[in-house]
Design a binder for this molecule. Structure first.
Ligand SMILES: NC(=O)c1ccc[n+]([C@@H]2O[C@H](COP(=O)([O-])OP(=O)(O)OC[C@H]3O[C@@H](n4cnc5c(N)ncnc54)[C@H](OP(=O)(O)O)[C@@H]3O)[C@@H](O)[C@H]2O)c1
Length: 294
C-alpha cells in the first residue's frame, strides 16, 4: 500500500534523461547542432568532484557535448572570470555551470554575476531570478524545477493548493516558492524565524522541505494525504562507524500520513542533473532561435 506513496525520483529522472536524449538527437538531425554544457571545477572538494564526474557522464550519455574545465585550488578570481568570459563567447557552449563551493579567494557572487544569463543553466543569475519572479523566459534552478516536475506528475493541476516551502535559500527555497506561486498555489515560505512551524505545515497540501537539518519535519506535521517533497541531503551517523543519508523529513514517521513522499536518497537528488540537461537543451534552443521542445 505504501509503495505507491513513494515518489520515485530516480525513475522519473531516468525517463527525463531519455526524453532529453531524444530531443538532442532531433536537434542534431533537424537543425544540425549539438547542445554543449561546460562545467567548471575549481579545487579538489571530494563531493564536488563526484558531482562534476556524474554531470559529465550524463551529459555525454544524452548525446550533448560536455566540456570539463578542472582548475587548481590556487586559481585566482581573475583567472576564473577570464575562463567564464571565454565560455560566454564560445559558440559551442550553450550552458555554463561553475561548481560551488569555490575556494576562499574567489567571491562566488562575482562569478555567478559574470555568467551570460542566456547560458546560466543553474538559473542563479539575478536576471534569471528576476524573470522567474516577473513571468519572463527564465532558466530555472535545477533542484526546484525537478521538485515541481515531481509534484505535477503526482498531483496534476496544482491550482489552489496550499503549499509550504520550509527554507528560503536563493538556490532552492525562494525559486521553489516562486514556481508554486506561478502554478497558482497559495504559498507560505517558512524559515528559521517562523513561529509554529508544525502548525504551518499541518495546513499544507504540499510540503517542500529544504532546510539542511536531518529529519526536522516530523510525521505529525503532515496533514493526511499531503504530498511531501524532501530536498534535504544530510549525512548522519548510522552507528558502527558508518554513516547514512537522511532528508529533512522524518521519512518513516511521515509516510503513513502523506499521500506521496520522496525518499532520500532516490527522490529529489537524481532530478537535479536531469533538469540541468533539460535546461541546457532549453538554453541551446533559445540561443539558436529554434522552438524549445515540450
Ligand atoms: N537534492 C539536491 O540536489 C539538493 C540541491 C540543493 C540543496 N540540497 C539540500 O537541501 C537542503 C537545503 O539546502 P539549501 O542550500 O537551501 O540550504 P541553506 O542555504 O542552508 O538554507 C536553509 C534554509 O533553512 C532554513 N532553516 C534553518 N533552520 C531552520 C529551522 N529550524 N526551522 C525552519 N527553517 C530553518 C534557513 O532559514 P533562515 O533563512 O532563516 O536562516 C534557510 O532559509 C540541504 O540539506 C542541501 O544539502 C539538495
Amino acid at each position: 500500500m505504501s509503495d505507491n506513496k513513494i515518489i520515485d525520483g530516480k525513475a522519473f529522472a531516468e525517463k527525463l534523461r531519455g526524453r532529453v536524449a531524444q530531443q538532442v538527437a532531433a536537434l542534431k538531425s533537424k537543425h544540425g547542432f549539438t547542445p554543449g554544457l561546460a562545467v567548471v571545477l575549481v579545487g579538489e572538494d571530494p563531493a564536488s568532484k563526484v558531482y562534476v564526474k556524474n554531470k559529465g557522464q550524463q551529459t555525454h550519455e544524452s548525446g550533448m557535448n560536455s566540456f570539463e574545465h578542472k582548475l587548481p585550488v590556487t586559481t585566482s578570481q581573475a583567472e576564473l572570470l577570464a575562463l567564464v568570459d571565454k565560455l560566454n563567447k564560445g559558440p559551442a557552449v550553450n550552458g555554463i555551470l561553475v561548481q560551488l563551493p569555490l575556494p576562499k579567494q574567489i567571491d562566488p557572487q562575482a562569478i555567478l554575476d559574470a555568467i551570460d544569463p542566456a547560458k546560466d543553466v543553474d538559473g542563479f543569475h539575478v536576471v534569471n531570478a528576476g524573470r522567474l519572479a516577473t513571468g519572463g523566459n527564465s532558466l530555472v534552478p535545477c533542484t526546484p524545477l525537478g521538485c515541481l516536475m515531481l509534484l505535477k506528475d503526482r498531483l496534476g493541476d496544482l491550482t489552489g493548493k496550499r503549499a509550504i516551502v520550509v527554507g528560503r535559500s536563493n538556490i532552492v527555497g525562494k525559486p521553489m516558492a516562486q514556481l508554486l506561486l506561478n502554478e497558482s498555489c497559495t504559498v507560505t515560505i517558512a524559515h528559521s524565524k517562523t513561529r509554529d512551524l508544525a502548525g504551518e505545515c499541518r495546513r499544507a497540501d504540499i510540503v517542500v522541505a529544504a532546510v539542511g537539518r536531518p529529519e526536522m519535519v516530523r510525521g505529525d506535521w503532515i496533514a493526511p494525504g499531503a504530498v511531501v517533497i524532501d530536498v534535504g541531503i544530510n549525512r548522519v551517523d548510522a552507528g558502527g562507524g558508518k554513516t547514512k543519508l537522511v532528508g529533512d523529513v522524518a521519512y518513516a514517521e511521515a509516510l503513513p500520513h502523506a499521500g506521496g513522499i520522496t525518499p532520500v536518497p532516490g527522490g529529489v537528488g537524481p532530478m537535479t542533473i536531469a533538469c540541468l540537461l533539460a535546461n541546457t537543451v532549453t538554453a541551446a534552443c533559445r540561443q539558436r532561435g529554434v522552438p524549445v521542445p515540450a
